[in-house]
Design a binder for this molecule. Structure first.
Ligand code: TYM
Length: 337
């Protein structure tokens, strides 16, 4: 059976960028394939502490975000596994071993590292090393597909490189995740997802952006979120066309509409081709986002802490079994066992 795996850091609230880039694709794939594939949706809580934790309460953030996984519609069956990274110690152990295969040069080239360290006088080692921990998260489970937003593609390619180098030196221990081009195809997309900042659509939507109108958070009041869409920056060209470089604001709205309504992007583009009234497009997207948030928040209210703990108990038992087996293979390959 294939393994499909992803994780979302839980040091803060999710934006709809996180939701549409990773969570929803994972849930939709699980709806389709979880009879014949394993789906690992985990909380990379060790990754969460590379930066500030909202409100200083990591446990509260973790609990809330696991509830988000469930509210997004994750089907719960014996092939779907939810776990916390820090509760599977093999993640930390394999990270060290992979650190001895990864190089400073390749980690230095990671754009996420450059962005996160830009302008800071002191940067913690975790920020530098987090792609190696991420590689371990993937390789421990032989994951083939890793639904992530486009900003994480470089880390998937890095994972492939580390695994290849390790296999060349120590033997065929790791299964390589699919190339990002194949991942995109598997998700039924034509390109990686990058939801843009509503006010500055050249940039990705990010939870760390200060301007409230730039981002939609999953706990936003749905009517207020609709207003944010209505005030999104567009352009003065007066034609609705998908062109991320020339018309990033309009293209962002088309992409959000496609993902929220689970419609192929090409169909949404065709529906609006030749239209000129940006207000009409905004109204449609605003109403789709509002409806999505209403449904999501409604489901969220029904999930109890007990349900989460019970899912974690089975998920972490499974994850420890699989990860420890792989870790042992790795330890043997390098001569530690
Ligand atoms: P993180 O927590 O920063 O983001 C979680 C997921 O959200 C996606 N994302 C977006 N997608 C589209 N448009 C956006 N504007 C946008 N903003 C965020 C991210 O691409 C990501 O998929 N290192 C990872 C977490 C991680 C992980 C892993 C993921 C740790 N180990 C193993 C997959 C497999 C991270 O920091 O994502």
């Amino acid at each position: 059976m294939k393994t499909i795996l992803t994780g979302l850091r839980s040091n803060s609230m999710f934006t709809i960028g996180n939701y549409l880039g990773a969570l929803l694709p994972m849930v939709r794939l699980a709806e389709k394939h979880s009879k014949d594939s394993h789906f690992n949706l985990f909380v990379p809580d060790l990754h969460s502490i590379i930066s500030e934790v909202d409100g200083g309460d990591l446990q509260a953030n973790i609990m809330r975000n696991i509830k988000f996984y469930l509210a997004a519609g994750l089907p719960l069956n014996e092939n779907v596994h939810v776990y916390r990274q820090s509760h599977v110690s093999a993640h930390s152990e394999i990270c060290w071993i992979l650190n001895c295969t990864a190089t400073m040069g390749e980690l230095n080239r990671m754009t996420q590292y450059k962005d996160k360290s830009d302008g800071k006088s002191s940067v913690n080692v975790g920020i530098f090393d987090y792609p190696v921990l991420m590689a371990g998260d993937i390789l421990l489970y032989d994951a083939e597909y890793v639904p992530v937003g486009e900003d994480q593609f470089q880390h998937i390619e890095l994972t492939r490189n580390i695994a290849m180098r390790f296999n060349n030196k120590y033997g065929e221990v790791f299964k390589l995740p699919a190339t990002t081009a194949d991942q995109v195809k598997f998700m039924g997309l034509t390109e990686g997802v990058r939801i843009r900042d509503l006010q500055n659509p050249e940039k990705k939507m990010s939870k760390s952006t200060a301007a409230e109108n730039s981002k939609i958070m999953l706990d936003d009041d749905p009517a207020k979120a609709a207003k944010k869409i209505m005030s999104a920056t567009t352009d003065s060209l007066g034609k609705i066309k998908f062109d991320m470089w020339g018309q990033p604001g309009i293209s962002n709205l088309l992409q959000i509409e496609a993902m929220v309504t689970d419609t192929p992007l090409q169909d949404v583009i065709s529906t609006w081709a030749g239209e000129t009234r940006y207000g009409d497009l905004k109204k449609k997207v605003a109403s789709s986002v509002q409806q999505m948030l209403e449904e999501f928040q409604g489901k969220l209210a029904e999930i109890s802490d007990d349900e989460v703990y019970s899912i974690l108990e089975t998920g972490e038992k499974y994850a420890n079994e699989v990860a420890n087996k792989k870790l042992y293979e790795v330890q043997k390959a390098v001569g530690l066992r």
